[in-house]
Design a protein around this ligand. Structure first.
Ligand code: ATP
Ligand code: PRP
Ligand code: NIO
Ligand code: MG
Length: 544
């Protein structure tokens, strides 16, 4: 068990059986009273619509679901609490029954964590005693919904940013501490390179990175505040006066920047010198506190050149306001000019990090405008998923005691697909994912190079034959006999799965504007099964 009680059983301690909606427990009592506890149920966990006006979703949260199954057991204090919460007429024996429940008889099938996923294809199929699988609903949904939304959001930023570096800076803006931790973890899985969240770094072994805040710059007024101005060279030797070296460089730079000395803030320069003394090998600093070109950049370059005199290579700058395209171009222009003039080739490659309310659209727009940014620090829009704050995963009963169950709706898209189903992804010869095919679990799997009729679930005329070059069975058994029965990938492997899985999607499915929907189909047998069940269960009205 990790220290500080942050994690118990290898998992956040708040993930426990009472982290659910009261109605699950209310139903458990009524199931128990009706003698239905031993009924065998099958539930599908799926979503109906991709988030962010996109056409793909990344499935995440599976490992947490499996850990939850491992510790699913009502404690004595849970049961004491429920005694005070359920109506006083609740029979004692029910609480004894609750105390015996575990997930030992549950089977959980799921997509690999990090896979791309599509509407209506179950992310999970959960089978087992009705009461237990019902009691799992809310917790499984809360573990999958935000994780998948976050990983999808991150994957979208990754597409927009191409190979540029992406850091998650959102903890301060996240939906509470748990939202913040989950955001750091699942944005890393979805394609970010690291986080500023130190606890996420410790718990999940994610790279932690960061610069400094404007307060560091504004905490200095002038050189008089510098308690120490000396720094030893990188390769040893006598400590030298970094202030003096910096001021000499500043004089040389004035003509390049076309400014007079007093235009550049002395407080800012003092702050930069002190920061460089603290981190001579990691000098990365904000340059937009007062004025980028006339103050921040000039001061930064003077300190970076002084560090260079002592054998250190500065890392780069962060821009946190203004026109990020323009300012990045200006910054790169000066870095290049200085690098050439003073024959310091690496200077032109100094890192330019941009932050300030950046979202997917900002990155796309910056790409169109042209910019010289290497790295984005993204907080609010990423972690709050501002463009779409929830993924609508649902958990629906599809079978009870081997008989299909269907939920009808006025909206065709909301009619559930009855019966236990399997899902297959069919691939083209070039490795592109062509279609996800749902079949009844009793059907034999589709075969490579055999023509398969793929049908739209609800529109009779929409059908196509597919001859797949590869068939992937999507739902694999992860939990049975009270334990995890499939080796779980590491966080890095899940991240790798996101990358490889995204590569199988055609680019028109992934594009930001009006993407092409990916096809999700049903087998001919499942098509007829759904429609038979629909007719059987839909009451026939009478006109009068
Ligand atoms: N070239 C650009 N194209 C599109 N959006 C940009 C560009 N540069 C910056 N932005 C975005 O525009 C917004 C600018 O924010 P805002 O109007 O608050 O200005 P600011 O620079 O933060 O102001 P301040 O100087 O007061 O901090 C941010 O969301 C930022 O990500
Ligand atoms: O903009 P976000 O995507 O949320 O990224 C994180 C922001 O957090 C920090 O400052 P903060 O916003 O707290 O203060 P500031 O806006 O005054 O810089 C940082 O400077 C970023 O601007
Ligand atoms: O390290 C940073 O630059 C950082 C961290 C959190 C929020 N904004 C910026
Ligand atoms: Mg801000």
């Amino acid at each position: 068990m990790a220290d500080n009680n942050v994690r118990q059983f290898g998992q956040n301690g708040i993930i426990q059986p009472l982290l659910t909606d009261l109605y699950q427990i209310t139903m458990a009592y009524a199931y128990w009273k009706s003698g239905k506890t031993k009924d065998l149920a099958v539930f599908d966990l799926f979503f109906r619509k991709n988030p962010f006006q996109g056409e793909f979703t990344i499935f995440a949260g599976l490992e947490e679901c499996l850990k939850f199954l491992g510790k699913f057991r009502y404690s004595e204090s849970d049961i004491e609490y429920l005694r005070t919460t359920l109506p006083s007429s609740t029979e004692d024996a029910f609480f004894d029954f609750l105390g015996t429940l575990t997930a030992a008889d549950v089977k959980l099938f799921a997509l690999a964590e990090g896979s791309v996923a599509f509407p209506r294809v179950p992310l999970m199929r959960v089978e087992g005693p009705l009461t237990v699988v019902q009691l799992l609903e809310t917790t499984l949904l809360t573990l999958v919904n935000y994780a998948s939304l976050m990983a999808t959001n991150a994957a979208r930023y990754r597409i927009a940013a191409g190979n540029l570096m992406l850091f998650e800076f959102g903890l301060r803006r996240a939906q509470g501490p748990d939202g913040g931790l989950s955001a750091s973890k699942y944005s890393y899985i979805g394609g970010f390179d690291g986080t500023s969240n130190v606890l996420a770094g410790k718990l999940f072994n994610i790279p932690v990175k960061g610069t400094h805040a404007h307060s560091y710059i504004t905490s200095f007024n002038g050189f008089a505040e510098l308690k120490n101005v000396t720094l030893q060279g990188r390769n040893g030797g006598k400590p030298q006066d970094l202030l003096k070296l910096t001021l000499a460089w500043k004089e040389k730079l004035l003509s390049i920047f076309n400014v007079i000395s007093s235009e550049a803030s002395e407080g800012e320069l003092a702050a930069l010198i002190s920061f460089a003394i603290a981190f001579p090998d990691g000098f990365m600093a904000l340059v937009d506190t007062y004025e980028v070109q006339r103050s921040g950049l000039l001061n930064y370059c003077a300190v970076a050149l002084a560090l260079n005199d002592l054998g250190y290579r500065a890392i780069g700058i962060r821009l946190d306001s203004g026109d990020l395209s323009y300012l990045s171009n200006v910054s790169r222009h000066y870095f290049t000019e200085i690098g050439r003039k003073f024959n310091i080739p690496w200077f032109e490659n100094l890192m330019i990090m941009a932050s300030n309310d950046i979202n997917e659209e900002t990155i796309i727009s910056l790409n169109e405008q042209g910019h010289k940014i290497n790295c984005f620090g993204i907080g609010t829009h990423l972690v709050t998923c501002q463009r779409q704050p929830a993924l609508g995963c649902v958990y629906k009963m599809v079978e009870l005691n081997h008989y299909p169950r269907i939920k009808l709706s006025q909206e065709v898209a909301k009619v559930t697909m009855p019966g236990s189903k399997d899902a297959y992804r069919l691939y083209s010869e070039s490795g592109d994912a062509l279609v996800d095919l749902l079949q009844r679990s009793v059907e034999p799997p589709p075969k490579v190079n055999e023509k398969i009729l793929c049908r739209h679930a609800f529109e009779e005329s929409k059908r196509a034959y597919v001859k797949p070059s590869k068939v992937e069975k999507l739902l694999q058994l992860y939990w049975a006999d009270g334990k995890i029965v499939k080796a779980l990938p590491s966080l890095e492997e899940i991240k790798g799965k996101v990358t490889s899985s995204m590569k199988t999607l055609r680019s028109d499915i992934k594009r930001n504007l009006n993407p092409t929907p990916y096809k999700v189909a049903v087998s001919d047998k499942l098509y007829h099964f759904i429609h038979d069940q629909w007719l059987k269960n839909a009451p026939i009205g009478e006109l009068s």
